[in-house]
Write a protein that binds this ligand. Structure first.
Ligand code: KG4
Ligand code: ZN
Length: 320
């Protein structure tokens, strides 16, 4: 089996996946509560918590799979992009485990990991396909040609889609990270109550910062009582604008590339309106949308395994 390890942001995660892509265990320990009072992830706090959690989380992934390290053939670990200190904890743990058990190590790009959430059983997708990757840190349109071959067709010029959800949630007085909660509240609201603008930028790129400003203007003069009364409508209209922008670009990219299949991955792929708006798309399974290690192990099935001592020289990278 492949042991996957993921520590790029505020989730400490470990998973065991078979060479065929079957998930034997998928343990995610979220630090969200720890960071909520700061309204975002504090990198140094995240690194320290990863350090405390990495061993117990790996142990739990093994226990849940009914396995021991003897059953592990290779270790896959997120190398970047992400918070550098957080990444280093996972990478160092993976190196130590690989060294102690004489196992090869596969460094995995976190974004490729998100795409590889589509390659797992019971319903694995095969390239080629057009992929929208929308998370807290990235918004990318990818032309995925092979397991290790993708072109970037478009990206965000400012905020990522997940970041837009989180900033919107904050303006609406919701917790951090607010994407999921905004999604839930939006279900009670009218998506056409407010006409929030969707920026039109050239090519296949995205822009979400204007939208956030529009929400700021719509909320700043409201009393707490008025905000309570309008929260659902504001959430629904704001979400509708983000989803419209994403879906529009996906359709344009599909038309331009002639892609037969479209897929959606990343934390924002959990959004109920986005999922409903792309009924024919391959959608990452809900538990695999937000950060997890099963997707890293999945990518590790296709990556190059490095033997001792080669992997000792691997360094984490913060951006691609
Ligand atoms: O992929 P992910 O776990 O982390 C990154 O790699 O960035 O994505 C996290 C992002 C957060 O911004 C969160 O608010 C957003 O995904 N998210 C959602 C939903 N669930 C998570 N956004 C909209 N609707 C959701 N249901
Ligand atoms: Zn992610």
């Amino acid at each position: 089996m492949i042991l996957g390890i993921e520590t790029s942001c505020d989730e400490t995660a470990a998973a065991l996946v078979t060479p065929e892509g079957g998930i034997r265990s998928n343990v995610v320990s979220s630090q969200a509560d720890l960071h909520a009072r700061y309204g975002g992830v504090v990198p140094e706090v995240a690194s320290r918590r990863h350090l405390e959690l990495i061993s117990p989380v790996v142990r739990e992934a093994l226990a849940e799979a009914g396995a021991s390290l003897d059953d592990v053939d290779r270790i896959a670990v997120t190398q970047g992009p992400g918070l550098i200190g957080a990444l280093l904890v996972g990478l160092a743990a993976a190196k130590a485990l690989a060294w102690s058990r004489r196992l090869p190590l596969v460094p995995v790009d976190h974004l490729r990991g998100h795409v590889a959430s589509l390659y797992l059983e019971p319903d694995p997708l095969e390239p080629p396909f057009l992929c929208l990757l929308a998370s807290g840190g990235h918004t990318l349109l990818l032309d995925v040609r092979g397991y290790h071959d993708e072109r970037v067709l478009g990206t965000t010029l400012d905020d990522a889609a997940g970041e837009a959800f989180d900033k919107g949630a904050r303006l609406l007085g919701l917790g951090y990270p607010g994407g999921g909660e905004l999604d839930r509240i939006a279900r009670e609201g009218d998506p056409d109550a407010y006409g929030f603008p969707v920026a039109r930028v050239p090519g296949l790129d995205f822009s979400f910062s204007g939208l956030k400003t529009a929400l700021l203007y719509a909320t700043r003069d409201l009393s707490p009582g008025e905000l309570d009364a309008r929260r659902a409508d504001l959430a629904a209209s704001y979400q509708h604008a983000i989803v419209r922008a994403l879906v529009q670009r996906v359709r344009e990219a599909a038309a331009r590339t002639g892609a037969g299949r479209v897929a959606v991955v990343g934390g924002v792929a959990a959004n109920s309106e986005l999922r409903a708006s792309l009924p024919d798309a391959a959608l990452a399974p809900l538990p695999l949308c937000t950060d997890n290690a099963a997707m890293i192990a999945s990518a590790g099935r296709f990556g190059r395994a490095i033997r001792y001592p080669g992997y000792l020289g691997l360094d984490a990278y913060a951006s691609r």
